[in-house]
Design a protein around this ligand. Structure first.
Ligand code: 5GP
Length: 204
């Protein structure tokens, strides 16, 4: 049977909503999924691993990579740059993989322009109050940064109307299952099944 086509899944949601925790479960349950590892200029957090959570690089290194055309998209978030390395995405797509990108809304818009078939999922918090609680209890940001992240969150949530799917992170297990269902359903989209359709018609 024909190989399936590669596909990009954009995974967005406000800081503190639990994107990483959801992605950990999703990637653990579906080993066929590939996570894109972003570049960032922000400081590494205590629980993070360079090369697994992000590639933590300097502003100079980031700017050099942009100049060399090695960054597919990038955006400023707070005072730091975040971006998607291009080469791995090209490779995974050519291998027919489903690739998940954890990305903020400006980056997601750019990727949608470049790859109109990509599918965008937005994670909502149950409420703004709960989001604030989660950001504070994470204890990784200073008070100033928490306020900035909450302001950005309000703007991001307004732009969730541009997304294909919305899930609510009220319970980690159920939101992860919902994301897995969405991802699984994409295997049966016409884009991915059209090769099979042709084969069925042509192989008499
Ligand atoms: P954090 O500092 O909390 O890890 O991430 C801040 C924001 O940057 C999050 O909304 C996250 O989704 C976003 N982000 C992470 N990687 C990328 C990327 O490669 N490109 C863009 N545009 N945003 C990213």
């Amino acid at each position: 049977m024909a190989n399936k086509e590669g596909m990009l899944i954009l995974f967005s949601g406000p800081s503190g909503v639990g994107k990483d925790a959801v992605l950990d479960i999703v990637l653990n349950k579906d080993k066929s999924l590939q996570k894109s590892i972003s570049l960032t200029t922000r400081d590494i957090r205590e629980n993070e691993v360079d090369g697994k959570d992000y590639y933590f690089i300097s502003m100079d290194e980031f700017e050099n990579m942009i100049a060399q055309g090695k960054v597919l998209e990038f955006a400023k978030y707070g005072s730091n740059l975040y971006g998607t390395p291009k080469a791995p995405i090209d490779k995974w797509l050519s291998e027919g993989k489903t690739v998940i990108l954890k990305i903020e809304v400006q980056g997601a818009t750019k990727i949608k322009e470049l790859y109109p078939d990509s599918v965008a999922i937005f994670v909502l918090p149950p409420s703004m109050k709960e989001l604030e609680n989660r950001l504070r209890s994470r204890g990784t940001e200073k008070e100033d940064d928490i306020k900035k992240r909450l302001d950005i969150a309000r703007e991001e949530i307004k732009r969730s109307k541009d997304y294909d799917f919305i899930v609510i992170n009220d319970d980690l297990e159920s939101v992860s299952n919902n994301v897995l269902s969405i991802v699984k359903s994409l295997d049966f989209s016409y884009k991915r099944m059209n090769n099979y359709v042709s084969e069925v018609i042509n192989n008499v």
